[in-house]
Each structure stands twice: as structure tokens, then as C-alpha cells.
Design a protein. Structure first.
Length: 123
């Protein structure tokens, strides 16, 4: 197991997130499981420091993170499974569903509670 330290730059962050993805399915009790827990903590600390969440509505938050990760609406639709619904949500015509909040929170690394804030629809 590699020895991990505080994540202080983008290079360290990429190495940590890549390793986390490699061992994501590690079974409880395995050495990799402990490493996964440590990496989750270190990654979270770095992200909180780097990307403090601005006070914007959930849809703007999604759009910001899409830009950060170079994702398109099609990428979100692949994760969610319905391009029409994703388009309506991104255009403020339909509210986020609980299922979308779960999937987009994980995909875009946005805390779920940031996606549950109220916002106005354009109906």
C-alpha cells in the first residue's frame, strides 16, 4: 500500500482519485478498504478547500460542475438514462428528481444537500 499524505496540488489529487477508482470495490477488512477510506477523507478535504460551494441554485451548480469536468448534457443523460428529462431540468422546465440528485451528486461530486435547495422553474 502506498503511503498517502495531505493532497496539496492537482497532481496529487489526480493520483488519489485514480487510485480511489481502482480500489473502489475493495471488501471491508482488506488493506485496500482502509486505503480507500483514507483516500476518501483526503480527497474530500482537498475538494472542500479547493471548491467551496458558491451560493447558486442546484441547476447552476450542475452546470458549473459539468464545465469543470467537461461534461455535456448527453453525458448526464447517459448516467440518468433520459436525454429529454435532463434537457428539461437544465432549462428549468422540470425539477430534479431524487434519483437525479443521487446520480448527479456522485457523478459531479456535488454534495446531495446542495442539489436539494429550492429554485424557481420557468413554467
Amino acid at each position: 500500500m502506498k503511503q498517502w499524505f495531505l493532497i496539496e496540488n492537482k497532481d496529487d489529487y489526480e493520483k488519489a482519485t485514480n487510485r480511489y477508482e481502482e480500489i473502489h470495490d475493495a471488501k471491508k477488512g482488506a488493506v485496500e478498504h482502509k486505503e480507500k477510506l483514507l483516500l476518501a477523507f483526503l480527497i474530500n478535504q482537498y475538494e472542500e478547500k479547493q471548491w467551496s460551494i458558491p451560493e447558486v441554485d442546484p441547476i447552476e451548480m450542475i452546470k458549473i460542475r459539468m464545465e469543470d469536468f467537461s461534461y455535456t448534457a448527453s453525458d448526464l443523460a447517459k448516467e440518468y438514462g433520459d436525454k429529454g428529462t435532463v434537457s428539461k431540468v437544465l432549462n428549468y422546465k422540470q425539477p430534479l428528481s431524487l434519483n437525479m440528485i443521487r446520480k448527479f451528486s456522485k457523478m459531479l461530486r456535488i454534495p446531495a444537500d446542495a442539489l436539494t435547495k429550492e429554485y424557481k422553474l420557468n413554467i
